[in-house]
Design a protein around this ligand. Structure first.
Ligand code: ADP
Length: 304
């Protein structure tokens, strides 16, 4: 059974169509990254799938249940970590989490055990009796993450969970996401960072201006371009403009070297003669599989 199925989902804000006919299926046990630039409609879709907002039209089934008639039951089965952290500043993480557990109908004893286990997992046990007010954004987000897990959800939604966080918190949350998925929880995560999805996703959905323009297994989507891309690293030569080289796509300068990315499909054999003719000092040549960014550019004609 699929964890999520939507058909012809539409959401309008006034006359503006934020979601246009989204038909999507996410399998049980998947780790699905919903990708797309800011404004693509990711949060709107997540808010609908978690029962926080009603669609204008279309159907949604979550764990086999119909969202329009069984929203209460669905809320019991899903957890949401959103970018906005809502915690009481004067309370400790344990007090905060006990409060949320009671709202979710989880008994105090079971809740306490779960809270301590999870605080340890996110590396926050030493902070259990300190007020949340003194925590960094990343520490608050780690507590917020636990909040979404208190009722042992079958499906966990994370809306830009690592946006603006420090590296330690980002790593902790990413590892927890993997671990939870390995334990059988279906994960749906939004991000506008393509590299984040490449690191973690089993499947991806790419959104653009309210449409789902691609959805499927990560390797199938990357493979859809079927073209590797070549990057040539040369010694920086400020007098030279690299755009003149045929097949050029972009360049990045770091520490006296320039990495020149060529358009997907250009091979080393096509590129190298031109580079050598220009007497550039070649340091490295790499050939890589297409990235999700390449797929996005190909599908939309825009960069994310
Ligand atoms: P994303 O999460 O991909 O950044 P959102 O779902 O937040 O995208 O927004 C999609 C579009 O809908 C954007 O153009 C945004 O401005 C618009 N939008 C989002 N929420 C509202 C709202 N409450 N009222 C009106 N427009 C909204």
């Amino acid at each position: 059974m699929a964890a999520i199925v939507t058909s012809n989902l539409v959401k309008k804000y006034g006359s503006f169509e934020a979601l246009k006919n989204i038909s999507l299926s996410i399998g049980n046990g998947d780790l699905y990254c919903l990708l797309g630039p800011n404004g693509a409609g990711k949060s709107t879709l997540i808010r609908i799938l978690t029962g926080l907002m009603k669609p204008t039209s279309g159907n949604v089934r979550v764990s086999g249940m119909d969202l329009s008639s069984e929203v209460r039951e669905i809320r019991q089965k899903v957890g949401l970590v959103s970018e906005r952290v809502i915690l009481y500043d004067r309370l400790t993480p344990v007090e905060n989490l006990l409060f949320f557990a009671s709202m979710l109908g989880v008994g105090r004893k079971a809740a306490l055990k779960r809270i301590y286990d999870l605080l340890e997992k996110v590396d926050m046990l030493d902070w259990k009796n300190k007020p949340v007010r003194i925590f960094s954004t990343g520490m608050k987000q780690r507590v917020n993450f636990i909040r979404a897990l208190l009722h042992d959800p079958e499906i966990l939604f994370l809306d830009e969970p690592t946006l603006g966080l420090d590296p330690h918190s980002t790593r902790t949350i990413r590892n927890m996401v993997r671990e939870l998925n390995e334990s059988g929880i279906t994960i749906i995560l939004t991000t506008h960072v393509m590299g984040e999805a490449e690191n973690i996703a089993k499947s991806v959905g790419i959104m653009h201006r309210g449409e789902l323009i691609s959805s499927g297994k990560l390797e199938d989507i990357q493979g859809s371009l079927k073209k590797d891309r070549v990057t040539v690293t040369v010694k920086d030569s400020s007098v030279f403009s690299f755009e003149k080289i045929e097949g050029y796509q972009s360049e990045t300068r770091v520490d006296g070297v320039v990495k020149i990315d060529f358009q997907p499909g250009w091979t080393i054999e096509n590129i190298l003669p031109a580079v050598l003719r220009m007497k550039l000092e070649v340091i490295d040549i790499e050939q890589k599989k297409p990235s999700l960014e390449d797929v996005f550019v190909k599908l939309t004609g825009e960069s994310s």
